[in-house]
Design a protein around this ligand. Structure first.
Ligand code: BF8
Length: 647
């Protein structure tokens, strides 16, 4: 692992992205990379977490180089200000995932209503229960009697899930999925989440002027809020999406801007909640629209995705992925996108201006996320199919407006396999008739697999796009670490060919290679979107339950990393990973806490003593890999596991 300081200075390692950035430059279209440059130098006080805008006595700022320790007008010091700023990000990130979960739980209740079964209605135009087995198993966790129709179960389950958001006391039901020892740690620290909305509201309350001034307490409350996301809102989203949209199964797909097709109507779905994009998938096959597309000179309708919506429709339908976060602008810059249809989260405000440089139409669909002057077609689960059809029709009709001379679709596209879940991983590893994690645990215990890594999160123009994800993941699999991925990180590695079974032979260490070849899986498993990080928590809990790898999540030879993070949602995910006992590294810049030495030290050291996990900040992917492997080896040693077979 030499050359640890090596860093790639390019904007991106992805050839398709490089080509589109050239085109943008030639046509004088500004992208996130240009806007970052225009922002530099970015605000130093903000970077250090030392700017406070909490009340109107401010904004106050703390000079980190001041002779004497400084405080804001109210007397808040650097520790309080930086901790409050960070806590607010945790609350926002948690609220985003959880609000998504709420909408999905609401949609579950609609599956029980009569319109889904109305005479003359087509089943594919409505939401129905597509995974009845999962419906029953989740219902049982909520002590619902499952000896009734699936529609009745769905109605009761939806009610109970929605109650988790408004719950005032007690514990979120899904926290019972964690190992007993982990639950005890949360209880001892008083950070077991009580209600999803309650934790977000309470954390925000404690960060207003004149409430919580103890940075450690602020961080502990932030962990409780984040746990209400990971073991609450996000888990609700994942489980219910599987129930109504179908649980994913391993599926082949394609990724990168090359999936856009020159002679087709290209519709790009972008955002997070798959409730609408699911209907877009169904409507894109509508014979009436296909006929219309052909009559206008197109060969057909090509649906592709960006960001987490892409992951959702990929996992369930094999719909191609056009790119990750930093490629959303570039997809439009190909000149070949008729409609980009967006819902919520990670949608750059710049899209409107970029779309206006081409014939492309940006269409918003959610009243929570509108753009001034942009076409808005309000979507709700009751009218989903009609809205999806209406939007695709706009795209089809817009095909005629495409300027062929300005179309430039990069050639790059790569195969991938996605669709892994905590349930099908059982079957794949244990064989069809032996649903068990035993073979995975045995592979770790015997030293064929060194350990597990969750590599997740965004892109950030401050870092070479995709380089941090791929360099880190390559190094991990080379060292026999099985990698679990979600979000834009999975898309980055997929583009570099790491998510196909053949990647094991090229990149993986011999032990990991043997397992991948025996089972036919890639060395990097794609588990879905960012709310699907909850799949990692449940899978890790199953591994503990299976036995032989300790009693708590913090005993596992495992580590987490968000190498190119940018979103507040990534911070919330980091907090629930750490609060679940996971050693978690963040790349890019730290959490804007460096202005408080005490707080930074608590996040990177102090937390380990209380929750068994801690944060690490590192800006070198190979160094990240080294730190994660070192941690995995430390845990292997503590568990007294065999030495690695091939080292
Ligand atoms: O929720 S990884 S850039 S798309 S925040 Fe956004 Fe980050 Fe991508 Fe998905 Ni997650």
């Amino acid at each position: 692992m030499d050359n640890l300081k090596q860093q790639d200075k390019r904007q991106t390692i992805d050839l398709a992205t490089q080509e589109m950035l050239q085109k943008a430059k030639k046509e004088n279209i500004k992208t996130a990379w240009d806007r970052l440059q225009a922002q530099e130098p970015q605000c130093g006080f903000g970077q250090l977490g030392l700017c406070c805008t909490v009340c109107n006595m401010g904004p106050c700022r703390i000079d980190p180089f001041g002779e004497e320790a400084q405080v804001g007008v109210c007397g808040a010091n650097a520790d309080t200000i930086a901790a409050r700023n960070l806590a607010r990000k945790v609350a926002v990130g948690s609220s985003a995932h959880s609000d998504h979960g709420r909408d999905v739980a609401h949609t579950l209740s609609l599956t029980s209503e009569s319109h889904a079964h109305a005479p003359g209605g087509h089943a594919h135009q409505h939401y129905t229960i597509l995974d009845a087995e999962k419906l029953k198993s989740v219902a049982r966790e909520f002590t619902i009697d499952t000896n009734k129709t699936k529609e009745q179960i769905a109605k009761e389950l939806s009610k109970k899930l929605l109650e988790e958001f408004g719950r005032q006391e007690g514990e979120l039901v899904f926290t019972k999925r964690a190992p007993k020892k982990r639950q005890d740690i949360w209880k001892k620290l008083n950070i077991t989440p009580r209600g999803i909305d309650r934790e977000v509201v309470e954390l925000l309350h404690t960060t207003t002027m004149g409430v919580d001034n103890d940075y450690k307490n602020i961080i502990n409350n932030s962990m409780r809020c984040a746990l209400s996301d990971g073991w609450g809102g996000s888990m609700v989203a994942t489980e219910v999406q599987d129930i109504i949209l179908g649980s994913p199964q391993p599926i082949r797909g394609k990724v990168n801007l090359g999936v856009l097709k020159e002679n087709y109507v290209n519709i790009v779905v972008h955002g997070h909640e798959p409730i609408l994009s699911e209907m877009a998938v169904r409507a894109s096959k509508d014979p009436e629209l296909l006929k219309l597309a052909k009559s206008l000179g197109a060969e057909g309708i090509n649906l592709a995705g960006i960001c987490c919506t892409a992951n959702e429709v990929l996992m369930r339908h094999g719909i191609p992925v056009a790119g990750n976060f930093l490629q959303q602008e570039l997809a439009i810059i190909t000149g070949a996108v008729e409609v980009m249809l967006v819902d919520v989260q990670c949608i750059m405000p710049s899209l409107q201006e970029i779309a206006s440089c081409f014939h492309s139409k940006l269409i918003t669909t959610n009243s929570k996320a509108r753009f001034p002057g942009v076409i808005h077609v309000e979507f709700n689960p009751e009218n989903a199919y009609e809205v999806a059809k209406q939007i695709i029709r706009v795209g089809v009709e817009n095909f005629a407006n495409r300027n062929k001379e300005r179309v430039n679709i990069p050639k790059q596209e790569m195969d991938l396999v996605a669709g892994f879940t905590k349930e099908n991983t059982f079957h794949i590893l244990g064989g069809k008739y032996r649903a068990t994690y035993r073979p995975l645990n045995d592979a770790i215990i015997s030293g064929r697999i060194r350990g597990l890594a969750g590599v997740v999160g965004c892109n950030n123009p401050k870092q070479t796009h995709d380089y941090f994800h791929t360099a880190l993941v390559k190094e991990l699999i080379k060292n026999d670490v099985l990698v679990l991925q979600t979000g834009c990180s999975a898309i980055a590695c997929a583009k570099q060919g790491l998510l196909i079974p053949e990647a094991a032979k090229i990149y993986a260490g011999k032990g990991l290679q043997e397992i991948c070849e025996a089972v036919g899986i890639p060395p990097v498993l794609h588990l879905g979107s960012c709310v699907d990080n909850s799949r990692i928590l449940t899978a890790a809990s199953h591994i503990i339950e299976e036995g032989g790898l300790g009693k708590d999540l913090s005993d596992l030879p495992a580590a987490g990393c968000a190498p190119e993070w940018m979103s507040e949602k990534a911070i919330a995910i980091g907090f629930y990973f750490v609060a679940s006992g996971v050693y978690t590294i963040f790349g890019a810049s730290p959490f804007s806490t460096l202005g408080s030495k005490n707080l930074t030290d608590y996040l990177t050291n102090g937390l380990e003593e209380s929750v068994g996990g801690r944060f690490e900040f590192c800006d070198d992917p190979l160094k990240m890999a080294e730190l994660m492997i070192r941690h995995i080896d430390k845990k292997r040693k503590a568990l007294n596991l065999s030495p690695l077979i091939y080292q």
